[in-house]
Design a protein. Structure first.
Length: 204
């Protein structure tokens, strides 16, 4: 299958790259790759959508699904804590390295998928977008949920693997064993090369 990206039909979704998650993003080595990808997308006028967790501090809008463990895979005890979004509002802003600009899309979300009851799908379709570049984390949670939702809406999906965050080995497992069956998995350099190739072809 041809490895092509048309900038006029492509958007970048930057998922939960918030100041409250900075330690995780830095630990995954994703800061510089995401920064470079955002810069490349701006060079080609590719729309950038910032999907970000948006929860009430009292947890009243939280998902109520019963789970065996918390996010660190620690089993809940009989007196386990109730869900509360643990980060104060001032830390729930996009990391400074990726700061949104005028014309970017702000996509507040209340569940894992960036498509679930948000404006993302309408925003993309109104611009004729059929391909989504996806970075951020966590890979096995929000990225996976968003990728599945995009596929079910018939979008082409490109997971940019050096821009992923989250726990290992889940991150590598999804990038190597799950995503290749449902979409394309590329690096920032590969995406940049494909975009440059499209520009060269269009200039002929």
């Amino acid at each position: 299958m041809e490895d092509a990206l048309d900038p006029t039909r492509t958007a970048l979704v930057v998922f939960d790259m918030l100041e409250c998650y900075r330690p995780r993003v830095e630990a995954a080595g994703a800061v510089e790759p995401i920064r470079r990808l955002i810069a490349a997308c701006r060079e080609y006028d590719i729309p950038i959508c910032y999907a970000r967790a948006d929860h009430r501090l009292d947890g009243a809008d939280a998902n109520r699904t019963v789970t065996d463990t918390d996010e660190a895979f620690r089993p809940w005890g009989p007196d386990g804590p109730e869900f509360r979004f643990p980060h104060p509002p001032e830390t729930r802003v996009v990391m400074s390295e990726f700061a949104p600009q005028a014309g970017d899309y702000d996509i507040p979300k209340h569940r894992w998928s960036a498509f679930h009851q948000t404006s993302l799908d309408l925003s993309l379709r109104s611009r004729g977008i059929d391909t989504v570049l996806l970075v951020g984390g966590s890979t096995h949670v929000g990225i996976a949920s968003t990728a599945y939702a995009a596929r079910d809406r018939d979008y082409q999906v490109v997971i940019v693997r050096d821009g992923l965050t989250g726990y290992e080995p889940q991150r590598s497992f999804f990038a190597d064993q799950v995503f290749p069956r449902m979409c394309r998995v590329r690096t920032v350099d590969q995406v940049a090369a494909v975009l440059a190739g499209h520009r060269s072809t269009a200039a002929r």
